[in-house]
Design a binder for this molecule. Sequence first.
Ligand SMILES: [Zn+2]
Length: 279
Amino acid sequence: MKKSAWHLLPLSGGWFSIDGGTFFGIVPKKIWRNCIPADAENLIRIPCRVLLARRGDDVVLVDTGYGGKERPKRLRGYALEEGNPIFASLAQAGVRPEDVTHVVMTHLHFDHAGGAALADEKGALRPAFPNALCWASKIEWNDALDPEPALRGAYPQENLLPLAEAKVLRSFEDGEEILPGLTACVTGGHTRGHAVFRLDAESGPAYAVGELAPTAWHTKQLWSTACDADQMTGRRVKPKILARAFGEGAPIFPAHDPRGAAFRLTDRQKDDFLAEILF
Ligand SMILES: [Zn+2]
């Protein structure tokens, strides 16, 4: 039986500060400073976007933001918000942590997966969503839980081990339908196991693209963050995914656009796309 469509609600997983050059990669500052102005330290302020997808008993979070247990060093370094932003956003939406049934992650960096685990009053780590299965691509789980030395800093284990210990890890392969109408596409690029998701939403198809296009500015082929582990893969895959979304007129939910939670592609020039913020 065909399931009904997903109801989508974008949420904030918290804002943070990052070096503008890191965020815009090879794009010269004289161009990107017209997108997001930097402060005297060259920092820009960007959100961690989370997508809440609901349908009947299924309550899905796509990414979690950074959560509420970061150590003081990272709290200060990234100027993270106090408290637990994803819990605050869910409370506003009338959703309790125990209502969440699936956490589906584009990749496992701290600003996407940090909210999936929390530290209780005694400092003990545990899953933040006690009834949720936590999904990422098989490649991503392997790289994150047993990182090679060059990747260790990218995958703080306190975000991930509580999920492994609670036996709530689940992995998907490229093209797998995680739930009816929620399909994963493993893109690589930003991380080896980075994935995007296509959802059959009430308004039609929709895409959550994580860092494949972290903002609507990053819909041009060469615009990617400097922390993409494999730039060439990103450059190859991004136009293919965006071309599909463009053909479908689908809303796209990026990870970090400060202007809005969703954009739509309005034009294509070879492998570059133009976009407008929807909301
Ligand atoms: Zn990110």
